[in-house]
Design a protein around this ligand. Structure first.
Ligand SMILES: Nc1ncnc2c1ncn2[C@@H]1O[C@H](COP(=O)(O)OP(=O)(O)O)[C@@H](O)[C@H]1O
Ligand SMILES: CC(C)(COP(=O)(O)O)[C@@H](O)C(=O)NCCC(=O)O
Length: 313
């Protein structure tokens, strides 16, 4: 096999442990307080300020450098097009993918908060793809209610159109909103996106590709949040047990009947949903997209991120 000039096997990626990655923070200041961080961390997640310092601050620095580089690339195209196109800031789009219950939403929120502290790109918006799940009525009509989270359960064209409009500089673009409470799209409520500097799109399947253009084609940077399947399964079940006294306790929750389940019953119910929906989706659709990610954040069983893989080519 051909080797690089240092005698190593060629690779698209560089793998770093937490200490090596942490050193790439350089002089980035800590800009979050304990209280701010607490408000960003989701149920069952365990991010602390050390992890922000070691993992998220270097990441914020890397993305900041890449935002500037991307603008130079767009400027090159504008120079080429001359009068055919006026030069402008194009929103930088980040995709965040990974399994159900791996902690994507927390990663997305922490990153959004850090990126918004940069003077050159203070306006950061975050959209989750659950808003683009087809409404329950339509999922039922198609007989795919049990496939929620699988690629076919989304309005993929709508998602592509949405990100295209944001990148095109539209003054205001709307995204539909999903409710975990009603387990359906919320009628008449929209998320308004008004010319952000950075847009983060978080969801299970955002890194999927296909024969036609897909939202992944519009990403300037992508992150895959990764962990062992056995660990994610444990996190899913333990979060489900916790939800009996939080989300499910609300009488309006679609899952309210689960609130009364014993530990054993709730564990069985969570395992059933995991093995019939979330695990197959992870294996068939989500995991195969991991090689495509610019960055993989690898979590250990205690949720801590201890390894990072960066695409360098
Ligand atoms: N049934 C539910 N009721 C209320 N909130 C939920 C429910 N399922 C998931 N969530 C919340 O929705 C968010 C996304 O969860 P999920 O899709 O599992 O992705 P991740 O854990 O990777 O962020 C999390 O903040 C989670 O706590
Ligand atoms: C809403 C989800 C499909 C995730 O949506 P995403 O924002 O990742 O597109 C997922 O959290 C979900 O509810 N899955 C269905 C099976 C379950 O209840 O675990």
């Amino acid at each position: 096999m051909a080797r690089d000039t240092n005698g190593r096997d060629p690779s698209l990626y560089i793998e770093l442990d937490r200490k090596q990655w942490r050193d790439l923070r350089q002089s980035m200041p800590m800009v979050l307080t304990e209280n701010e961080l607490e408000s960003l961390v989701g149920l069952g997640e365990q991010v602390d300020l050390d992890e922000v310092a070691d993992v998220y601050l270097p990441l914020s620095r890397l993305i900041h450098l890449r935002v500037a580089a991307r603008q130079r690339l767009y400027a090159a195209t504008s120079t080429f097009l001359g009068e055919l196109q006026t030069s402008r800031q194009v929103p930088f789009v980040i995709g965040i993918a990974g399994s159900v219950a791996v902690g994507k939403s927390t990663t997305a929120r922490v990153l959004a908060a850090l990126l918004a502290r940069w003077e050159s790109h203070p306006k950061v918006d975050l959209v989750t793809t659950d808003g683009f799940l087809l409404p329950t009525k339509e999922l039922e009509r198609r007989g795919i209610m049990h496939r929620k989270g699988f690629p076919e359960s989304y309005d993929r064209r709508g998602l592509l159109r949405f990100v295209t409009e944001v990148k095109s500089g539209a003054r205001e673009v709307t995204a539909p909103v999903y409710s975990h409470l009603t387990y359906d799209r919320v009628p008449d409520v929209m998320h308004y996106i008004r010319q952000p500097d950075i847009l983060i799109v978080e969801g299970l399947n955002v890194l999927q590709t296909g024969p036609t253009l897909m939202v992944s084609d519009l990403f300037d940077f992508s992150i895959y949040v990764d962990a062992k399947i056995r660990d994610i399964e444990k996190w899913y079940v333990s979060r489900f047990l916790q939800m009996r006294t939080t989300s499910f306790a609300d009488p309006n929750s679609h899952f309210h009947s689960y609130a009364e389940l014993t530990d054993a019953q709730a564990t069985t119910a969570a395992n059933d949903i995991w093995t019939s929906i979330n695990r197959p989706n992870l294996i068939e659709n989500i995991l195969p997209t991991r090689p495509r990610a610019t960055l993989v954040l690898r979590k250990d069983s205690d949720h801590s991120i201890n390894r990072v893989r960066l695409r360098k080519l």
